[in-house]
Design a protein around this ligand. Sequence first.
Ligand SMILES: [Zn+2]
Ligand SMILES: [Zn+2]
Length: 323
Amino acid sequence: MKYYKQGELHCYIGIWLPFVILISIFVFLYGVYMKTYLLPLIRSEYIQRPIVELNTYLIQLVHINDYVFSNQTLVITISLHTILILYIISLIRVVVIEPGKVPQEWLNKKEGEINKMIENEEKMIHFNKKGSQTSTSFCSEIDDEQRQKLNNKARLELIQRTGRRYCKNCQTLKPKRCHHCRYCKTCWLKMDHHCQWLNNCIGYNNYKLFINLLGYSWLLLSFIMITYSRCYYDTLNSYASDGKLFLVSFTFLFCCFLWILLTAFTIFHLWAIKKNITTLEYCENKPKELIQNSIVDNFTEVFGVNPLIWFLPIQPNTKPIMD
Ligand SMILES: [Zn+2]
Ligand SMILES: [Zn+2]
């Protein structure tokens, strides 16, 4: 509970509910898939075979290549669980990794620059009004609190004049593409959006992991959909009970529905990476301040330059645009 008031149980349940629903959907799909398709397949393939045939299988194990490529059940089991493990790792990482706060060094540097500019302006005003009776009486009349207010006003005006971005909620400067999240109550670097399903913001530090998560989810659903279509077809053409028929049909069609949604969402994010635009920037329809890079540059800005980690749930060591 890093962002919300402690002790508010309804709030706690509310913010984690979409995440629990998301996990439940995948647990349900996995459970039904295993129960109605893969486990019966494994049982018929290995457990219910006569001992003589099992010996033949053990001999085949020695020639592992022949065995793997000739054994569909084993390939399905290994592939499914490999994608599932990658999916779980990226899911955990996206949820726990902070999207990226504005570095304190950057804030100190920019605050110092603004303070120096204010100091110079004050010196100029003081120089111009030197000797003026009005100025002296005005200064002596205002107390420290009023002076602070006037300083803050001057400061905001100066920040606006210099074109710097300022967060009124955090009362600090913020770099380009940094946005304030009203749920997290924090400014995040290159904030993409606040994901209610994951109860975390997606920003500079976890965007690549989020894309990996989308990729693994898409792969997992595609894999389940393709392999399960056989089970769906067999169940439709068999004398299965109404309960099983409903369960298999519902699971398969629900999987197809999720796949369509996820495909559209993944295509949008790949398009956004290609265009170097975040979801927030797209929704706000703001003219982009960034220099237009090539498509390769846009992709390496998100995925990093090392191709070995592009498809793994690892965040690349890139530097955010800080200006
Ligand atoms: Zn803020
Ligand atoms: Zn947020």
